[in-house]
Design a binder for this molecule. Structure first.
Ligand code: SIN
Length: 580
């Protein structure tokens, strides 16, 4: 335990439960439904409304070997290739073998997937898949349909839900076991202000951290809260340097910030072409799958082409689909494009890469357990070993589903126990940074740690982030009047700064190019030195400690507890230390 927590008022109200699930996407709601069905008192806490998380925005679908002739083995092969040597094969094998039944159970919960004329589940293709294996709903509204079905099931099961609640920190007992969370509720219903949910099992399913960058497909709530909480609680995080940039996000003009509309890979799966302004299909000859190469390859190719031609975007040309196909198969994307004055039926769609998915996250084992007893992580916030250095398209909904079921089974079987939560008075509260720092962090990260990275760009980013970090600390020490007051925006900005610092420390350390981590100064993949995971934890002084390990799996001795693991100095990452 680090004893680090956010500066916040003491809890003014509390709830007791067996399990608290933080997050209401596919991972969170599936875990909660399974725990509640087993008779556990389950509370779901979510940052906005129940259906406001990242799941709802998923377009393409959910990958599983459901089609004739397809097998989990083939799905495994495609996932391992996309993961660029860093997937944990046992985790992937579990995902692809348990996946098809998990999807069938989701259908049993009430999710309606698109079907063929003969009534089978309709399957499409996306980047990196050698087969049609992506199930979709409402054409390109898969996440919205999954979210609808799960939210309805949660309401039917009358689960205790707390909406508009930002989770703050983990509560632990005297032995360091999970004892619940503190949270802040934005004034609705029976809970208001800072409170606590006491529970011996906490499942973090808080989604991603796309808001670390200026342009992202993630909603505004994706501020890395789960990873930041876990780091403060002393948990290990892994592979944070692997941020996936989606190749085709609607280009809304230079300097557009925040959530940008996704143009699903499924559009390419159905035959759309990537072209430059002259109409040249630049993916041909670059990869055997051309536009359907794994998305890191496509994102890099687009970025290189943009650099070469001095433009800010490329185009996705699917005029040959015709109006009927656009309307039936991709109604959400069609509407988003038209809302921005672009008609994909008659003109190519301007697209550019944007931050999309955190392949790394809180390190877990195959039952979703983190390195803190009683704390679980599921979905994008977790690093289960499934994605390696680059997630295969549409594997994320599946991962959320499969690991949610495993976590619920573990909690039901093991029934974690905890003593009374410690008050936390002995811990050092983390100085908050001002809400205005959010856009500064996003600019620093986009410039220094975006699609193109180098030792130089990352060093500059580290220095600027460290200056922000130090200014918050010194404002507190000197009692400066500009010290940020506790509140949602300051807590979010503080979380963004922490995950950015750790991400940059890991990206500086990984001196090679692999998966979605692209170092211009180290353009080759270096298997000898870097077929390793970078595992990070935080010291009580809030400095990242980095260690590299060969496997995602962890045992009783964790790599970052090795005596020779060094903390990152303020503006430079630590030397890499091998696992014990
Ligand atoms: C997409 O539809 O292109 C996104 C799917 C995914 O990120 O898995």
């Amino acid at each position: 335990m680090t004893g680090i927590r956010l500066t916040a008022p003491a809890p003014g109200w509390s709830i007791d439960a067996d399990v608290v699930v933080v997050g209401s996407g596919v991972a969170g709601l599936t875990t909660a439904l399974r725990c509640a069905a087993a008779g556990l008192a389950t509370v779901v806490v979510t940052k906005a409304r129940l259906d406001d998380g990242s799941t709802r925005w998923a377009q393409g679908g959910i990958a599983a070997a459901l089609g004739e002739g397809d097998t989990p083995e083939q799905h495994l092969d495609d996932t391992l290739v996309a993961g660029a040597g860093l997937c944990d094969e046992a985790a992937v094998r579990m995902l692809v073998t348990e996946g098809p039944d998990a999807v069938r159970r989701l259908i049993g919960t009430g999710a309606h997937f698109d079907t063929t004329e003969s009534g089978d589940i309709a399957l499409t293709r996306e980047g990196g898949h050698h087969r049609r294996r992506i199930a979709h709903a409402g054409g390109d509204a898969t996440g919205a349909e999954i979210s609808r079905a799960l939210v309805e099931a949660v309401r039917e099961a009358a689960l205790h839900t707390v909406e508009n609640a930002l989770v703050l920190d983990l509560l632990t007992d005297a032995e360091g076991r999970t004892a619940g969370v503190t949270l802040h509720v934005m004034g609705e219903g029976q809970h208001d202000g800072v409170g606590a949910v006491h529970a011996p099992a906490v499942v973090l399913a808080t989604g991603g951290m796309g808001q670390v960058f200026s342009a992202t497909t993630n909603p505004a709530v994706s501020t890395g809260d789960g990873v930041a909480l876990a780091l403060r609680a002393g948990a290990e995080v892994s592979d944070l340097e692997f941020v996936q940039f989606h190749p085709t996000v609607l280009f809304l003009g230079a300097g557009s910030e925040g959530q940008q509309p996704l143009v699903s890979e499924a559009v390419r799966g159905e035959g759309a072409h990537l072209v430059d302004a002259a109409g040249t299909r630049f993916m041909l000859g670059r990869h055997e799958l051309a536009e359907l190469a794994p998305r890191d390859i496509v994102a890099k190719a687009i970025t290189r082409r943009m650099e070469l031609l001095g433009t800010e975007h490329m185009y996705l040309d699917a005029r040959h689909f015709g109006a009927e196909m656009w309307e039936q198969r991709f109604p959400t994307i069609l509407a988003a494009c038209r809302a921005h004055g672009i008609d994909p039926v008659t003109e190519p769609v301007p697209v550019a890469p944007a931050a999309h998915y955190a392949s790394g996250g809180i390190r877990t084992d195959l039952r979703g357990r983190t390195t803190v007893p009683g704390l679980y992580a599921c979905g994008e916030v977790a690093c289960t070993g499934v994605h390696g250095a680059n997630r295969l398209a549409s594997n994320s909904l599946l991962e959320g589903l499969v690991f949610a079921e495993r976590i619920a089974a573990d909690i039901v079987e093991d029934r974690p126990r905890a003593g009374a939560a410690e008050t936390g008075d002995g811990g050092e509260p983390s100085p908050l940074i001002a809400p205005e720092a959010r856009s500064t962090i996003q600019r620093i990260m986009t410039r220094g740690a975006g699609v193109l990275r180098s030792a130089e760009s990352l060093a500059a980013a580290a220095e600027e982030l460290e200056a922000l970090h130090n200014s918050a600390a010194s404002a507190v020490e000197t009692g400066e009047p500009k010290v940020a007051v506790p509140g949602v925006e300051a807590w979010e900005a503080t979380n963004l700064l922490l995950v950015s610092r750790v991400l940059v420390a890991a990206a500086r350390q990984r001196e090679e190019t692999r998966g979605c981590h692209w170092r211009e100064d180290r353009p080759e993949r270096d298997d000898e030195n870097w077929r390793r995971h970078l595992v990070v934890r935080l010291t009580p002084e809030r400095r990242p400690v980095l260690c590299r390990t060969k496997t995602q799996a962890f045992g009783p001795v964790h790599p970052t507890q090795a005596p020779d693991c060094a903390a990152a100095p303020p503006t430079h990452s630590a030397d890499v230390t091998e696992e014990p």
